[in-house]
Each structure stands twice: as structure tokens, then as C-alpha cells.
Design a binder for this molecule. Sequence first.
Ligand SMILES: C[S@@+](CC[C@H](N)C(=O)[O-])C[C@H]1O[C@@H](n2cnc3c(N)ncnc32)[C@H](O)[C@@H]1O
Length: 220
Amino acid sequence: MTRAASAESMRDYYARRASYYERVYFKPERQADLRAMEAWLPRPFTDRDVLEIACGTGWWTPHGACRAASWLATDLNPQTLALARAKPLPGCVRFVELDAYTLEGLDGQRFSGAFAGCWWSHVPLARLAAWIEALHARLGGGARVVFLDNSFVLASSTPLSRRDAEGNTYQQRTLDDGSVHEVLKNFPTRDEAIMLLGPRARDVEWIDHEHYWILSYLLS
Ligand SMILES: C[S@@+](CC[C@H](N)C(=O)[O-])C[C@H]1O[C@@H](n2cnc3c(N)ncnc32)[C@H](O)[C@@H]1O
């Protein structure tokens, strides 16, 4: 039976997939992009106090954090966090369970950087602007923000199964136990993504790789 997409089903889907989630990072056709992005990630966060949203198993964490002053990696799922915690990581990395939508539990902490890998694509279009604004509220002036996500590539991506009335697209994904899950997965164009950043975004840079995109900017 297919479970329809919702914020809760997305959390459960990634909890069930956690132990083999990183297989997606071993697709042969994505290796060149991955090495290029891993090499690119340290510089924007050098000496910054960074909040990572939805870190998952922490694939990007060691790369983003290696020159950071501090790095708080967060995710809603204890299952993915446990795998991330078990990795060899720079000493500046800390973890906390956090819902990306509420950001409750950060108390008064403010950050000079923010990073989210493969999270944007899972946020319903109707929630994106508010989510970005809530994230910005945790960041000081001059903060660096980096979003990184998948581009749709016909020969490599899971096909899209439907588009809803608001324009969100979906995929049907099968886990190793045979269960089938409908997952919301959007593939924004450069202009669609930049339009959502709001008035505080400056020095916006969009980098296209074959299988991924990166959106990087400063906050005024
Ligand atoms: C596509 S994975 C991305 C993981 C990692 N950033 C990466 O790029 O490999 C999405 C992650 O979002 C997490 N997640 C789902 N709902 C969440 C929520 N409401 N708040 C925070 N994390 C959530 C899942 O546990 C999963 O680890």
C-alpha cells in the first residue's frame, strides 16, 4: 500500500530508510558532482557558527564543518542522527533533534551560517517562503546561507508520479521491505528558487552541477 505524502510520512520514510540512505551517494553517475561539491563546501562556512537543517546521516556535515567555528547538525529523526553521530567528525560539530519547520529548541541561539542539503526539495511550495523566513530569523546580518539539492536527471532520478494543484511534484519510492511511499520532491529552477529568498538575500550565487544545484547567498 502506498502512503500519501505529508510531513509525518516524510519523517517516517526517512527513519525507515536511514540504515541504507547513503546508497544514493554511491550512484556512479553522481560521483564527479559529489566530489566537486564536497570540495566546495568548507570555504563558505570558514570561521562561522553554522546551523545545519535536516542533516540526515551527516553526509555533508564533515565537509561543511571542517573549517567552521561551530556546527550544530539537526534532524527530526533520532535514527538518522544516530548514524551521523557515529561518524568521524570535526570537533566543532554538535547534534540536536530539531523540527526544521518549528526550529523550536534552539532557545536564543543565533548563527552566522546555515546549511540544508536535499531538504528544500521536500518542503511543500506553500510552506517554502515562511520556512526560509523562519530560518533567516535565526541568523545574524552577514550570515552565509547555502542550500544544496537534486536536479532532475531523466536517466538517474526517480520518475515523477504526479503534480498537485499547488505545483508540488511527487515520486513513488520503494523501500527494501517492499513498502511504497509517496514522497514530495520538487525540482525548482534557478529563478523560482531565488524568488523565494526574500529581501534580505544578497550576493546570490546559483551553481548548476549535472545532478545537483547549489544556492548560496549572504543575508543583509
Ligand atoms: C533527503 S534527507 C536529507 C539528509 C541530508 N541532509 C542529506 O543531504 O543527505 C531528508 C532528511 O530530512 C529529515 N526530516 C524529515 N522531516 C523533518 C523535519 N520536519 N525536520 C527536520 N528534519 C526532517 C529526515 O529525517 C531526513 O534525514
